[in-house]
Design a protein around this ligand. Structure first.
Ligand SMILES: Cc1ncc(CN)c(N)n1
Length: 230
C-alpha cells in the first residue's frame, strides 16, 4: 500500500493532482454528470440544454467580476508577474463567451432577459461573491478559479472524444470549453494554483481545499438544474 506522502513530496507532484485523486468521486460527479453524459450519448433533452444555456449566461455575468477580483489579488499578492497575463486572457475569453451566449440564445429562441436565476445558480453566484472579498487569499481564489474552468473543460472535452454521439447542433458548445486551447489555459491556471499552494501555510492550504470541494459541489448542483433533482 502507498504510504502517506510528506508535504515536500506532495509539492513536487502538485497539490491539485493530489486533491483530484483524494476527491475523485466528487470530481467525477462534477465532470461526468448525467447531463454531460446525455450530451455525449446523444440523448440530451434539448429543453434541458436551453435551461442550462440561460442559467449559464447569468452565471458567466457573475463569474466575470469574480475573475476581475482574482486579477486584483494577483496584482497585489502574486510573486510572479506573468500570472496577470494568464488571468487577463481568461477575462478576454469571457468577453467572447458573453457574446457567444447571446447569439446562441437567439438561435435556440431563449430570451435571456427573461431568464430567472434558479436557486442553485443564486447560491453559486453568492459563493463567487464571497470569494471576491479582499480577505480571501489569492491562493484560495486562484484554486477556485482553476476548478471552475477545469470542470467545464473536462466535461465538454468528454463530449468530443472518439465514439461520442454528441448531436451536431451541440458540438460548437462542446468545443467552446473542450478545445485544446481552453485545455492549455486550464493547465496554466493549474500551474499557478500549484505554485501558490506549494508555498502556502497550512491554514490557507486547508481553506483552499475546502473551497475546491465547495466549487465541485456547486458545479454538480448547477448541472442538476438542467438534469436531475432540480
Ligand atoms: C457553472 C459554470 N462553471 C464554469 C464555467 C466556465 N467558465 C461556466 N461557464 N459555468
Amino acid at each position: 500500500m502507498e504510504g502517506k506522502k510528506t508535504r515536500e513530496e506532495v509539492e513536487k507532484s502538485g497539490m491539485i493532482d493530489t486533491w483530484m485523486r483524494k476527491h475523485r468521486l466528487i470530481y467525477s460527479g462534477a465532470t461526468k454528470h448525467p447531463f454531460i453524459l446525455s450530451i455525449r450519448d446523444g440523448t440530451v433533452d434539448l429543453e434541458a440544454f436551453k435551461t442550462w444555456l440561460g442559467q449559464d449566461y447569468i452565471f458567466v455575468r457573475a463569474f466575470a467580476p469574480f475573475v476581475a477580483s482574482v486579477l486584483i489579488k494577483a496584482w497585489k499578492e502574486s510573486d510572479d508577474s506573468s500570472d496577470m497575463e494568464v488571468i487577463l486572457s481568461g477575462m478576454a475569453s469571457l468577453n467572447d463567451e458573453i457574446a457567444w451566449f447571446k447569439s446562441e440564445a437567439a438561435k435556440w429562441g431563449v430570451q435571456l432577459s427573461e431568464v430567472v436565476p434558479q436557486k442553485a445558480n443564486q447560491d453559486y453566484c453568492r459563493f463567487l461573491e464571497s470569494l471576491m472579498s479582499p480577505d480571501v487569499e489569492y491562493t484560495v481564489a486562484m484554486t477556485a478559479f482553476w476548478a471552475i474552468e477545469a470542470v467545464y473543460q473536462a466535461s465538454f472535452a468528454l463530449c468530443l472524444e472518439d465514439g461520442s454521439k454528441t448531436p451536431a447542433e451541440l458540438t460548437e458548445t462542446c468545443r467552446r470549453w473542450g478545445n485544446d486551447g481552453f485545455g492549455q489555459y486550464c493547465n496554466s491556471l493549474q500551474k499557478i494554483a500549484n505554485r501558490r499552494l506549494g508555498k502556502t501555510p497550512d491554514d490557507v492550504l486547508s481553506k483552499a481545499e475546502v473551497t475546491l470541494l465547495r466549487v465541485l459541489e456547486h458545479e454538480v448542483e448547477f448541472w442538476n438544474m438542467s438534469h436531475g433533482s432540480a
